[in-house]
Design a protein around this ligand. Structure first.
Ligand code: XIL
Length: 456
């Protein structure tokens, strides 16, 4: 909606958008001459990761940590962009059953209940894993361990019955390298190769409505490890062992880049009759190379009909388990990175703006012979925004000699600066911020034309 103030000219909702824009530009020009401009620009076509993925029949999720949910920007970014969550640590054995038969669901419940109240899916992560496993489990004898494993699966899945879309029933059971062998763990070492099958059978008996996944890393391309997992899944499908999906963690960096056969590998698993999911995606790097890698992962998933969704392993770089590698879609200030735009674009969404809107209002704050200071106040509309952009045009031969509280980029003419936040651009609903600049008039005292504010 375009709003012009303060002279009372209001939006014309029945005109086509292009006409409204043209009118607003004309009016803005008139008002710019009058010295006061206030424009509200709706984000053009709004796109979010969750909405764009949904339009492709997929979910787009993130790992979530319960102790960050109280941070406004964390919560608003999560809620605005994602439609699925995975508790990052809260459902692991050491978090839920650190003492035998004493179950603590409080942190995991916080994530699950919050997500469900917002209509988000939940991935359960994870029931049987060698890591983040309390010491008492490893100390058990074989029979006791079997009982403890099945009891853990039964208790946890019963608690969350009906609330979980997919469970990572077994996580990381295979070794890295060329052996294709199982990894040593209390489960493997005491219960033998059959522990995975047993875990899946127990899981199916508890909650037949949840999809049951095997999840691992370094299985993203075709290699000895993924071949071993492939053989297991094939065997399970042939023998009727209940398995519905395979999770590909997809933790990538320069030593472990997105494999060139990523799509082909997803496809060969899908061809076994299971869904495939990208479960813990993060790609270390920055800028356009990181963006390109993200894009290739999204394109691979979209090319595989049974690739049902993508989860990135965290909302913001600042809380990533690999924070120094800045592997996620939002930087430490919740600004969208090029990788975000690449993902949204690959999903077919529009990067034209975010879910909020903002207004930009110009005032002249000082004037002297040969120059003046201008100030632009940015105000968020009815919902929070994570960032904003405002173009400011000065008339040649005017020159902007300084800016503050904003980060300008210039067009080639040197007359148009596009100003973004210099740091964190987050504004709560209705909140304001401002940036300022100095103009050397060089004999021309025209008022700068402040374009519409674009929220993201
Ligand atoms: C990681 C978490 O992100 C960290 O906070 C925690 O300290 C260790 O575990 N594979 C998995 C995830 O399946 O559970 C791991 O998560 C990352 C590797």
């Amino acid at each position: 909606m375009v709003q012009i103030s303060p002279d009372g000219i209001s939006a014309r909702p029945h005109l086509p958008a292009c006409t409204r824009r043209a009118l607003s530009l004309v009016t803005a020009g008139v008002l710019a001459l009058a010295g006061v401009v206030s424009l509200a620009g709706p984000a053009e076509a709004v796109g979010t990761l969750g909405n764009a993925a949904a339009a492709k029949g997929r979910y787009f999720g993130t790992a979530v940590a319960a102790h960050h949910l109280g941070e406004a920007q964390y919560a608003s970014t999560l809620d605005a962009q994602f439609d699925s969550v995975t508790p990052e640590n809260e459902m692991k054995w050491d978090a839920i059953e650190s003492t035998r038969n004493s179950f603590n669901y409080s942190s995991a419940d916080q994530i699950v209940n919050r997500a469900r109240s917002k209509g988000m899916k939940v991935r359960g992560h994870t029931l049987v894993w060698h890591s983040q496993l309390p010491g008492w489990v490893g100390g058990l004898g074989t029979a006791d361990l079997r009982t403890a494993m099945n009891n853990h699966i039964t208790q946890v899945m019963t608690h969350y019955k009906g609330k979980i879309d997919s469970w990572d029933v077994v996580n990381e059971a295979y070794q890295d390298g060329s052996s294709g062998a199982r990894r040593s763990s209390p489960f493997q070492d005491k219960l033998g190769n059959g522990f995975i099958e047993e875990a899946f059978r127990t899981a199916r008996a508890v909650d037949a409505g949840a999809k049951l996944c095997y999840n691992d890393y370094n299985t993203d391309g075709q290699n000895a490890k993924s071949n071993a997992v492939y053989a297991m899944v094939k065997d399970f499908k042939q023998r009727g062992v209940p398995i519905d999906c395979v999770g590909f963690q997809s933790h990538f960096n320069s030593n472990s880049p997105v494999p060139s056969d990523y799509r082909a590998n997803l496809q060969r698993f899908a061809d076994l009759g299971v869904d495939v999911q990208i479960t813990e995606l993060d790609i270390e790097g920055s800028g356009s190379s990181q963006a390109a890698s993200y894009s290739s992962v999204v394109n691979a998933c979209l090319a595989v009909t049974r690739c049902t969704g993508i989860t990135v392993w965290g909302v913001t770089d600042k809380y990533s388990w690999r924070s120094s590698g800045t592997p996620l879609l939002f930087d430490g200030n919740y600004n969208k990175k090029p990788a975000y735009d690449a993902v949204l674009t690959a999903l077919g969404g529009s990067t034209g703006g975010g879910s909020g809107s903002c207004t930009a209002t110009y005032t002249q704050t000082a004037t002297w012979n040969g120059g003046f200071n201008g100030q632009v106040t940015i105000k968020a509309g009815g919902s929070a925004i994570s960032s904003w952009t405002v173009p400011v045009t000065v008339t040649s031969p005017q020159k902007v000699s300084a800016t503050w509280n904003g980060s300008p980029t210039w067009d080639t003419s040197g007359n148009v600066m596009t100003v973004k936040p210099s740091g964190n651009g987050y504004l709560a609903a209705g909140a304001s911020t401002s940036f300022g600049f100095t103009v050397n008039t060089n004999g021309n005292t025209s008022t700068p034309a402040v374009g519409s504010c674009t929220a993201s």
